[in-house]
Design a protein around this ligand. Sequence first.
Ligand code: ATP
Length: 275
Amino acid sequence: MHHLHIIIQQILNIVINIKIIYIFLDIILFIMIPKNHPRYESLLLRKKIVEAFNNGILADSGMIAHGRGETFDYLIGEKTSEPAKLAIKTAAAMLLLAKNPVLSVNGNTAALANKEIVKLSKILDAKIEINLFYRTESRVRNIERLLLENGATKVLGTDFDNLMYINNINSPRATASLDGIYNADVVLVPLEDGDRAEILVNSGKKVITIDLNPLSRTSKMSTISIMDNIVRALPLLKEEILSLKFEDEDYLTSIVTNFNNNENLKNYLKTINIK
Ligand code: ATP
């Protein structure tokens, strides 16, 4: 028995050492990439995505979804387009007009922008809800911990929540927290899947998405689609909210009513200019 204990201990030591060497090599390899490397920012995001997968925050398919986003970001030159800026300003106005705004967080959002989501929730007094396509209790717990560590005071959509089914649709895609998305009037759902976006829109909610792909079902169905990388879009959204915060309701409403999502998506498509 004693021998077995020693063997297990030694195996554990080897595993820990390998992991330390792996992390060390990873850091060295990353330091070796010069900051002016054309893909530096993109590689930095990939690193965060891989880390989030290793830390039980992101599902394996989340890495593939990131790849789809990267492709579109490449095509727009990794810069925020004018149509995306218009969508961001309109989203800021809509969030300021909302009675019960909720910010939805999935694995990709947690991996890339958890701090920005927490900041946004504070300036808007909006709730944060975890909303996973491939929901596992351990990922919910890991994401909850990450958000709390980064300053969130309350996170909805966890095991302790009373999860309801939107419009009585008995599907894992339709679950929502009673205090959060279920009773929200405006929901920010970055990087969302089409089925889920459709359920939210059909339930009468105003849906704001962040999705680099203008052709996705989510982009086409949402009330406002911000076609930009989440890491650029959220800081810009925060700035817009701060600059519109003291404007009157009529002005904010006029921004929202003058916006046409389909037209804006078409204008965004024109910015993809492949030479
Ligand atoms: P849909 O079901 O809406 O037609 P999809 O099947 O492509 O779309 P998913 O793979 O579930 O949807 O969602 C990922 C979406 O998020 C993709 O459209 C991708 O372009 C986008 N995306 C991925 N990473 C980012 C990012 N960092 N910033 C913005 N959008 C991103």
